[in-house]
Design a protein around this ligand. Sequence first.
Ligand code: SAH
Ligand code: SF4
Ligand code: F3S
Length: 473
Amino acid sequence: MYNDNPTLNINKEIDESKQGQAFFKEGIKGDKKFYIESYGCQMNFSDSEIVASILADIGYQPTRNIEETNLIFINTCSIREKAEDNVRKRLRIFDKMKRKRPDLLVGVLGCMAERLKEKFLEEEKLVDMVVGPDAYRDIPKLVANAFDGEKGVNVFLSREETYADISPLRLDGNGISAFISIMRGCDNMCSFCVVPYTRGRERSRNCFTVIAEARDLFERGYKEVTLLGQNVDSYKWENPETKKVVSFAELLVMVANVSPELRVRFSTSHPKDITEEVMYAIRDHENICNYIHLPVQSGNSRILKLMNRTYDREWYMKKVDDIRRIIPDCAISSDIITGFCTETEEEHQDSLSIIKYANYSLSYMFFYSERPGTLAQRKYEDDIPLAVKKRRLAEVIEVQRAVSIAENEKDIGKVFKVLIEGNSKRSDDFYKGRNSQNKMTIFQKKGDFKPGDYVQVKITESTMATLKGEIVL
Ligand code: SAH
Ligand code: SF4
Ligand code: F3S
C-alpha cells in the first residue's frame, strides 16, 4: 500500500487493452501530453488522478512515454527518508533529460513539495514547478507560466479544499477497481509522522459527491471502490442545509447502497476512532468487504504513548476482539514501526506478540526514520542504532510471515467470492482477483468468466501472500 519504490502509475500499471476506456477523457482536444509518476500512499495515487483531470481540462492527455512529452510531474512522498531519496534519484534522471531537451518542464507535486517548498527550487535547480497537495487547481496557471520561463511555487495548505467537484481521470486503468478520496489531511499528531505537516488539517468531502463518484464508476463498469483517508473513521461531513452530520459508518452504507454488485473497501482506520457502527455496517452489508487495515505501529503501551497514538496495547487488543466478535471472518492488517526512540528489546517483543494476537493477514513493516519537524524529532533522541532497527524489523517480518502462512492455510477448503481483476502475472491461463478479505487469489480460467465478474473459488493451496484455487459453479 505504501510505496517507497518507483512505481509509475502510468508506466507500469496501465493495462494496454483498457487504455481507450479508462485512460482518455472524452472531449480532450489537441495533442498536448503530460507524464506523471506517483510515489507514496494511495492518497497520492488518487491525487495524481485529480491532477490528470485538471490537466485534461486544459487539453493535456496523459502519456506513458516520457519521450513524447515536455511536461513531467512527479508526485512525491516524505513519509520516510528512503521515500525522499527515491524521488531525488528520479529528479537527477529528469535533470539529465532536461539538459538534452531544454523545452522539458518538471513539476514536483505532493508531500515533498509541501515539506521543502521554495527550497526545492534552490536545491534542485532544474525543477520548474513546486505544487503542494492542496494547490493542484493552480496547475494550469503554473504550467502556462513555466512555459513562459517563469518558475512557480504554490504550497498553500487549505482548510476547505477537497477537490469534491473534480472527477478524477483514472490512470491505473484496470477498469474494475478505483480509489475515491473522502477526506484530506490529518489532525492526529502521531509523533513520528510528517503527514499532518505535508497534508494539513483534516477535512471531509461532501458525501453526495462521494456517492455520485461511486455511482458514476459503477455505471462505467467498475466493481470496486476504496474510500481513502488518513483516518477514515473520523470522517464527518455536515450538510449545510439540514445541519445533519454524516458519519463514516453512514457514508459506508450509502456507498454500499449504490449497488450490491459494487464492492466497498476503505483505508486507513485508526484504532482510537473505529466504531462498532462501522463493524456492524461491514457485518450487515455483503458488499462492504471483510477487511480492516488497523495499523498498530507498536505493541507496547509506553512506546505507543511516545508515539502519541492515544491508545495502549490493551485498547488495541479490545478493538481486535470487537472486530473478531462482530465480524468473525474479517481479515485485519497492520503497519508496524521498529526501533522507535528508546524502544527496548522487551518492548520490541510486545510488537512481535501483538502480531500473533491479532493474527494479521499482512503488515506493512518499517524501521523508524526520523522526519524533520515532527514531534519525535523535536522531543526525543533517535537513539536506536540502524543495525538494531533493521534486526528488529527482520524479526517482525519473520513473525508476520509465519502468521500470514498460518492464516492463509486456514483458508484451504473454503469457498470465496472473488472479483476477477485480470490475468495472473505468471500465466494467461489463470485469473487473479481478491476475496472479500483482500487476499489475492489465483485460479484457472473456466467458462465465459471475464475480468469484472464475480466467481466462487474453492481454495486448494496457499502461500504467504496468495491463495490458489478453482472456480466452482
Ligand atoms: N494514516 C495512517 C498512516 C499513514 S503513513 C495511520 O495512521 O495508520 C503510513 C505508515 O507509514 C504509518 O502507518 C507508519 O507505520 C509508517 N510511518 C510513518 N512515519 C514513519 C516514520 N517516520 N518512520 C517509519 N515509518 C513511518
Ligand atoms: Fe500520520 Fe498518525 Fe495521521 Fe496516520 S494518523 S497520517 S500516522 S499523524
Ligand atoms: Fe507519503 Fe504523503 Fe502519503 S508523506 S505516505 S504521500 S500522505
